[in-house]
Design a protein around this ligand. Structure first.
Ligand code: ZN
Length: 250
């Protein structure tokens, strides 16, 4: 149930989502992998929107070179665990929601327990091996997965509905080589907010999602492009999922 405070606090979005929509946000559990450049805007806006439970996982500490883009972390946080810094800020933005910040490295062994029974998995990582791990977990638990990635002035986002739309491995079969890529701070701001917007739409069942679509952002040209992406019947990750939906009609 929404409280009188909720009704006041979320008034502007209740006008769009209805009280039922706001209640869906309040009941939702969202898992965010990463408390850095993408994780900052995603977690700030989902906290402000009143998502009931947010689990945030990161294993890093704050460095001065993070501060051009990781807006959850401030000068005073240098050297602290990112999840500690994040939890402090997020709980001050919204003290009515549950923030579960975990200092952990996501691995094959712990990811299932950490994701637990989340309604949504959001990729705010900076590397593909962990993204593929999240993709696999989303498929095996049948939890929608919102991917985002950035490099320089460029970014991308897509939403994966397990067994129904192209998974991360259908779209990106091979990981790009790991590198310390450059980033202008606004790029993860823009892509992270596309991801947060996808999360709100999915949870409240409004609008159209980016499933089967890859959004590409070119910040130098201020241009957005949306490509159609198909499931790959030979995808090593998702070929065994969801044939009841797709393949039966073909
Ligand atoms: Zn796939």
């Amino acid at each position: 149930m929404l409280t009188p405070k909720d009704l006041k606090r979320y008034d502007r979005q209740i006008k769009l989502l209805g009280e039922a929509g706001q209640e869906k946000l309040k009941r939702a559990k969202v898992f965010i992998a990463g408390a850095g450049g993408l994780g900052s805007p995603i977690s700030i806006y989902l906290t402000a929107a009143g998502i009931g439970t947010i689990t945030l996982v990161d294993n890093d500490t704050v460095e001065l070179s993070n501060l051009n883009r990781q807006v959850l972390h401030w000068e005073k946080d240098a050297g602290r665990y990112k999840v500690e810094s994040a939890e402090e800020k997020l709980s001050q933005i919204n003290s009515d929601i549950e923030i579960e910040a975990q200092n952990a490295t996501l691995t094959e062994d712990n990811i299932s327990d950490l994701v637990n029974d989340a309604d949504l998995i959001i990729d705010a990582m900076d590397n593909y091996p962990v993204r593929y791990l999240l993709n696999r977990m989303a498929l095996s638990k049948n939890i929608p997965f919102i991917h985002g990635a950035v490099n320089g002035f460029h970014g991308q986002a897509t939403t994966i509905l397990p067994g129904r739309s192209a998974c991360l491995r259908c779209i990106f079969r091979k990981a790009p080589p790991p590198s310390k890529f450059p980033v202008i701070g606004v790029t993860p701001g823009i892509i992270g907010l596309v991801q947060a917007n996808e999360a709100i739409k999915y949870l409240t069942e409004v609008g159209e999602l980016l499933d089967g679509k890859l959004l590409l952002w070119d910040g130098l040209a201020s241009r957005t492009e949306i490509l159609e992406v198909q499931r790959d019947p030979k995808c090593p990750e998702c070929k065994d999922y969801g044939h009841g939906h797709d393949a039966s009609t073909k």
